[in-house]
Design a protein around this ligand. Structure first.
Ligand code: GLU
Length: 494
């Protein structure tokens, strides 16, 4: 049987990183088995539809490099891939279930059901519309044929008829067998009064018709699994494989990672920005490779200490046995570290073409772009760090007070006067370091102190890339001006 794995998001807002991880694992599993990765848009809940979210999903997958083989944008043999365009298919399937006696029409008014719910609550019970009480309600099991015909002209829903007292057992590849007594299940609504199927029904029908061989989704869908199994059984269909991925947990404390955690602690939870309020991983300076690599580690490892994987390496290493059951804690510092590893690996030629890098390099001599990125990329956790790392190009920062105080006591002004002369006479940047060292030794000046003085004059602080590499990016005139400025500063400093 051909491996077919689907990613089935609902367009109810931007894709949370949990959703992207589901897409990633589905994609990897399809790749591992030389199968097909399908994108299906589950948009049957019109009330929750959010404009722009479908385009967002498409763009996010594209940025991550998780291109579907089939879906609403590139088509395929199993379309349409948007559930709102499959209404007729669901209608035909619901009729089949009704004919078989596995589903029935229900005409109860919302208010009547709310009253029942309240009554149950008062008695400390949970209201359940099912085998134990379905004969007390207005439905096609209790009404006469003529009444049913009449009622079908108005609003109605279709419910699943769950048999009482059966043990429902489903196998999850990560969690093993999951068994539940059917008495704990509701006669779930399969078709709503607007003629749209519910998530459960459309999801099962589509997985079957699209010949999905493996369903990969987040653990939050696990409670739906027994109901899905009942629907599969009602049709007499075999179930696909199931894999429910562990939750992504908050960085601290209990519970699932939410957008609020990100807002509070200043990290993104979406791949791309969403409106003005939410910055994504891309805008936070992540490479898609870094982002994807970090997501892969949220709940999976390859059984070794290896943590840095390209997408190609992930395709080769991914195995279900490496997926953990327990929740995976989100750690933004780790995400940045992983991104840093990918920045180091990435060719500077590729990096200079990323819009955010291009923007920062604007105004600088294009022939120096690649060399500059070669110099700086080792120092970046995210591309956003480029901003601060390039400050020295345009200006010296306000000098680091602590350092200048120390250097003042070591006669920084006199040392810099010496450096000024040597730089002034030197026409070969590559020779400068040796010239300065020889001069310092001859004059019994501590080499470390001399270098610090020079660095403060050029950069304003002690951190930054190699000093003599920096010299290659600054014109000699600028270097001389900065040294003179620093000499005046040290002379005036008290
Ligand atoms: N439409 C569901 C969601 O929004 C899909 C769940 C599933 O994969 O079955 O996540």
């Amino acid at each position: 049987m051909k491996t077919r794995v689907r990613f089935a998001p609902s367009p109810t807002g931007p894709l949370h990183i949990g959703g992207v991880r589901t897409a990633l694992f589905s994609y990897l599993f399809a790749q591992l088995n030389k199968g097909v990765f399908v994108l299906r848009i589950e948009d049957t809940d019109q009330g929750r539809y959010v404009n722009g979210s479908e385009e967002y999903i498409q763009k996010a997958l594209e940025w991550c490099g998780l291109t579907p083989d089939e879906g609403p944008y590139n088509g395929g043999m199993y379309g349409p891939y948007r559930q709102s365009q499959r209404k007729e298919i669901y209608r035909l399937h619901i009729e089949k279930l009704i004919e078989k006696g596995s589903a029935y029409y229900a005409f109860d008014k919302t208010e009547a059901l709310n009253d029942e719910r309240k009554k149950a609550e008062i008695n400390g019970k949970t209201f359940r519309y099912g085998a134990q009480n379905r004969l007390n309600f207005k439905n096609s099991l209790t009404l006469r044929d003529e009444d049913i015909k009449e009622k079908l002209k108005d609003d109605y829903v279709v419910r699943l008829k769950v048999n009482p007292g059966e043990m429902i057992s489903v196998y999850d590849e990560i969690r093993g067998n999951i068994t539940l007594n059917s008495d704990l299940l509701d006669d779930k609504i399969l078709m709503k009064s607007d003629g749209m199927p519910t998530y459960h029904f459309a999801n099962v029908v589509d997985d079957k018709l699209m010949e999905i061989s493996c369903v990969i989704r987040g653990e939050e869908w696990l409670p739906s699994l027994p109901i899905h199994k009942v629907i599969y059984n009602a049709f007499g269909w075999k179930t696909p494989q199931f894999m429910h991925l562990p939750l992504i947990l908050k960085p601290k404390g209990k519970g699932k990672l939410s957008k609020r955690d990100g807002d509070k602690e200043g990290f993104p939870v979406f791949p791309l920005s969403w409106g003005a309020s939410s910055v994504g991983f891309m805008e936070s300076g992540f490479l898609p490779e870094g982002f994807i690599n970090y997501l892969a580690l949220l709940g999976w490892n390859n059984g070794t200490e290896k943590e840095i994987f390209s997408l190609d390496e992930l395709k080769q290493s991914f195995r279900i046995s490496g997926i953990q059951k327990g929740g995976a804690r989100f750690d933004f510092e780790k995400a940045k570290w992983i991104n840093h590893q990918h920045l180091k690996r990435c060719s500077s030629k590729k990096l200079v073409n990323i819009p955010m890098v291009k923007k920062r390099l604007k105004g600088l001599d294009p022939s120096k772009h690649i060399a500059l990125i070669d110099l700086l990329k080792e120092r970046l956790l995210t591309l956003n760090d480029l901003h601060a790392e390039m400050n020295w190009i345009n200006e010296t920062q306000p000098y680091d007070e602590k350092v200048t105080l120390k250097l003042k006591s070591k006669n920084a002004d006199r040392i810099l006067e010496g450096i000024l002369k040597i730089v002034g006479n030197c026409n070969e940047v590559d020779a400068l370091k040796d010239l300065l060292i020889i001069w310092a030794e001859e004059n019994e000046i501590n080499i470390g102190v001399m270098m610090q003085c020079f660095r403060i004059a050029l950069v304003g602080e002690l951190s930054g890339p190699d000093l003599f590499e920096i010299c290659k990016f600054l014109n000699k005139d600028i270097i001389l001006v900065r040294i003179s400025k620093a000499i005046s500063y040290f002379k005036q400093k008290t």
